[in-house]
Design a protein around this ligand. Structure first.
Ligand code: URA
Length: 203
């Protein structure tokens, strides 16, 4: 059953409080030493579209806001291209703490933090889960029973997969991570093109 706005807020707050004290995480000490924050997520708690990235970078860990550095600027451009504001969607990551030196999240970290993401999905109940990068694509597709269809992101980006969730069906759309656009201009065009698919889910 869908939660009220107040209930959603309260549940998200619980997640934030738990993450603040998440001493079981191998990233906890590093967070405390560097005066970083966990990055829970940002945006509308009733969003139709939820974006799931990988893990916070330094800017994100310093501000507690997802995608607020260079990749975030690319994400903002993509959202603007389909006339969406950040406040219309929900943006989060699988791993909520910054891995040292921006390394990729480990399998263990993904497993440890994934239950928080699962709870966020159940709170928001998005119609679309747009994954940003191969780690979130793989986690989300496996989690929603689409494991046999997981492949290279180069083959799956921009495709739509219908998944059964605990709250009904949702569409999963794998997208490249915005950082790819920082390396090659052509990738930005691919990303822009893939974002067009989201237009039909905007109400
Ligand atoms: N990259 C991510 O995957 N997430 C962020 O929040 C920032 C950069």
């Amino acid at each position: 059953m869908a939660l009220t706005l107040e209930e959603r807020f309260e549940e998200m707050k619980k997640i934030r409080d738990e993450l603040l004290h998440f001493k079981e995480s191998p990233l906890y000490e590093y967070r405390v030493q560097n005066k970083y924050f966990p990055v829970v997520g940002e945006g509308s708690h009733v969003a139709n579209i939820m974006f799931v990235g990988e893990a916070p970078g330094e800017n994100e860990a310093l501000t507690a806001r997802p995608f607020c550095g260079k990749s975030g600027k690319v994400l903002d451009d993509m959202l603007e291209s389909i006339k969406l504001n950040r406040s219309d969607v929900y943006i989060t990551n699988i791993v909520k703490d910054r891995p040292p030196e921006n390394r990729d999240p480990t399998e263990g970290e993904i497993k440890l933090y994934a239950p928080y993401l699962d709870r966020q999905i159940n709170i928001i109940q998005p119609k679309v889960i747009a994954t940003l990068g191969r780690y979130s694509m793989s986690y989300i597709m496996n989690h929603f029973g689409l494991g046999t269809q997981v492949g290279q992101i180069s083959a799956l980006h921009g495709k739509e997969f219908v998944a059964k969730t605990g709250y009904g069906s949702a569409t999963i759309i794998p997208l490249y991570h915005p950082a790819v656009a920082l390396y090659t201009g052509g990738n930005k065009d691919t990303l822009l093109n893939d974002f067009q698919i989201l237009k039909k889910y905007i109400s």
